[in-house]
Design a binder for this molecule. Structure first.
Ligand code: S3P
Length: 432
């Protein structure tokens, strides 16, 4: 396992871009694969998870050309019916988005398929996907009655039926899987959420010519629709930019411009949270790119105060909560993060990993059933920590290392390759 050692950073300054959005990259490949015609994707995230999505659809016979240097993927789709039975295991590696969305596609295919991933995937709950898909009529086998990977779909002649489903917890992965199955089902499929999760699937399906009805927190599709290929420009990932937004907000005298970042309102919770804490973040050059809002984000260091982060804000910043906890250690007063029990089911248990390791660094943080309570500001002291093989934990503790005194060593730092391959290089460049 490789490691990286960080020391207290000088001001972070400059103008940069971040790699392509992970959620949108996965969807561009999948929707291109089930559409008719050629889809050209620019700005594709060259991360391990997204490469796994390409590999899975190649195993189903889809012609996909990936030019890693240029960040371009060319997909020649032949429609949903053009997917072939894979003769090998569909290996998703570490990628929850790949397996969950792909199961929505596989559920309606007439052929046999098996999907599985790494040790982390094997621990992540799949019942949230397999239960609604079964209630649509899909036949699903798998470990522990189809609630954990490996998951096998025997295929056959059964037809899926549309459902009206209320998600127990807001989840874009679950919503997307049901909508993808809904495209292959008879009748209408409706998904309801208490709070709105990221809506890239709805936007991209519409861009690919599907009719998707959105009303408040309800989304519906009718079965039997086909997708038409189109080109997709992928903006920078706000979830990657978040580490730089966090660092620049707390490292003295920092000022950064992060160009070309996706600022879809279902993803900008981190900015709302930083603003609620008194942060200084502004958007410039706002525009629409392939149906997604995009802007340059300017962030400056500012004295922060504690805040309560809860409710509808949570799905809008779910992946940013570990690094927000790091920021909160530097804010004046109490920060309460709640309604985020989902953190336990990510690449690792992020409530445990964040609390345990921030304490090691000297933070005053307490884990709760559904989040954290943090008292600040506390000076952090460097220590040996681990990524837990979770990209966002590794990167969150790298940012902690920039504000801690002494040395912070992050073991398993290579996990950042999942979503931000040049993370360490970028940080070095900005603090030069
Ligand atoms: C994702 C949705 C989120 C997020 C994940 C990517 C997506 O998961 O944590 O990193 O691309 O749909 P949930 O929808 O399960 O909360």
């Amino acid at each position: 396992m490789d490691k990286e050692t960080m020391t207290a950073s000088k001001a972070l300054r400059g103008e940069i871009t971040v790699p392509g959005d992970k959620s949108i990259s996965h969807r561009a490949v999948m929707f291109g694969a089930i559409a008719y015609g050629r889809t050209t994707v620019n700005g594709f995230l060259d991360g391990e998870d997204c490469r796994q999505t390409i590999a899975c659809f190649q195993k189903m016979g889809v012609a996909i050309q990936y030019d890693r240097k240029r960040g371009t993927v060319v997909i020649d789709g032949r429609g949903m019916e053009g997917l072939n039975e894979p003769s090998e295991l569909l290996d998703v590696g570490n990628s929850g988005t790949t397996i969950r969305l792909m199961l929505g596609i596989l559920a309606g295919r007439p052929y046999f398929s098996v999907a599985a991933g790494d040790k982390s995937i094997a621990k992540r709950p799949m019942a949230r996907i397999t239960e609604p898909l079964r209630s649509m009529g899909a036949h699903i086998h798998g470990r522990r009655n189809g609630t954990y990977t490996p998951i096998a779909i025997p295929g056959g002649e059964n037809t899926l039926m549309g459902i009206d489903y209320s998600l127990p917890v807001a989840s874009a992965q679950v919503k997307s899987a049901i909508l993808l199955a809904g495209l292959q089902a008879e009748g209408k499929t409706t998904v309801r959420e208490e709070y709105r999760s990221r809506d890239h699937t709805e936007r991209m399906l519409q861009a690919f010519g599907a009719r998707v009805d959105v009303s408040g927190n309800e989304v519906s599709v009718s079965g039997g629709q086909s997708l038409q290929a189109r080109d997709v420009e992928i903006p920078g990932d706000i979830s990657s930019a978040a580490f730089l937004l966090a660092a620049a907000s707390v490292v003295h005298d920092s000022s950064l411009r992060i160009k070309n970042v996706g600022v879809n309102p279902t993803r900008t919770g981190i900015i709302d949270a930083l603003m609620a804490m008194g942060g200084d973040v502004t958007f410039e050059n706002e525009r629409i790119l392939s149906g997604e809002p995009v802007a340059d984000i300017v962030v400056r260091e500012k004295t922060l105060n504690g805040a309560t982060i809860a409710g509808s804000l949570i799905p809008r910043l779910i992946d940013e909560l570990p690094v927000l906890a790091v920021v909160a250690t530097q804010a004046k007063g109490r920060t309460v993060i709640k309604d985020a029990a989902e953190l336990k089911f990510k690449e690792t248990n992020r409530i445990d990993a964040t609390t345990k390791q921030l304490r090691q660094l000297g933070a005053q943080i307490q884990a709760t059933e559904d989040g954290f309570i943090i008292e600040g500001p506390t000076p952090l002291t460097g220590a040996e920590v681990s990524s837990y093989d979770d990209h966002r934990i590794g990167m969150a503790f790298t940012i902690a290392g920039l504000i801690a005194s002494g040395e912070t060593t992050i073991h398993g730092a290579q996990a950042s390759a999942v979503s931000f391959p040049e993370f360490y290089k970028t940080l070095r460049l900005l603090s030069e």
